[in-house]
Design a protein around this ligand. Sequence first.
Ligand code: HEC
Length: 265
Amino acid sequence: MFKKLIIALVVGGAVMAVAHSQEVPSDFQILWGLFAIIGAVVFMLLDAPPLKTMSGGKSFFAVLTFWIVVITVCIAGASLLPQFDPEDEREKINKLLEKQRAASQQGKAEELIARAKALDEQVKALEERLKTLGTGQAVVASAAPPPADAKPSAASGGAGDVMKVGEEQWQLQECYNCHKLRGEGGKKRGPELDNIGTLLTVEEIQEKIANPKSFMAEGFEKEWKKGVMPDKFKDLMDPKEMLALATWLGSFKNTSVNTPKPIKQ
Ligand code: HEC
């Protein structure tokens, strides 16, 4: 029995070490380690002396108890693990789509403005003609002014808006998966960014986001070579959003955090 336990610990440890070296999320590392232990328990149970044969109500009761215990353990175990919240994800997807919807609405608004202007010109031309015809009166009131509610896109507002868009992009693009900021997020895959504003200019941060190979964070050579930081953000953000994100990040100048020095390659 002890031999089996030791084998399980060795196998489980090896699986966890391999998983760790491949940067598998730590929840899975632990899960796989547990599988090895559960396996050992199963083998131990196989060697256990057989139970006395039961029958009738007693056997029914035994099976029922067994299942209640198993189900309780499963539910309790699962609810201890971090839960995936579909509402959260839906909100994120909505935010991403909102931008595209707004863009297409803006397109429509611009088209309407252009049409209103063209109509206005026509009306003016008609007025002129009426005048030259000697009626002297402009019969038609000037066409309605172009709709004033063509909304500017979110990023073009004031400085506060830029910061808001920047922080929103941080959440939407899930930079926090790899980077710790204000003590939150980052599963040790990328550097902590609280002091990035002291080390890089806004333009340089922008360049790093658009093209992660442009700089290498000191001490992260392995990750930099492997291209751990994804090269997809320039396709996912429009330039305004990327500028907002870089501006927002550039405001983080907490010198007590050891953000690694960026090295230009
Ligand atoms: C999958 C993990 C991952 C994601 C997601 C990620 N990064 Fe990174 N990032 C890294 C790693 C690893 C490094 C260090 C290696 C390097 O420089 O490429 C890094 C480096 C950086 C640096 C340079 C830090 C320094 O001290 O030089 C900045 C700035 C940065 N990332 C910003 C971002 C922003 C902004 C996002 C979201 C749009 C983001 N990262 C998303 C992994 C990631």
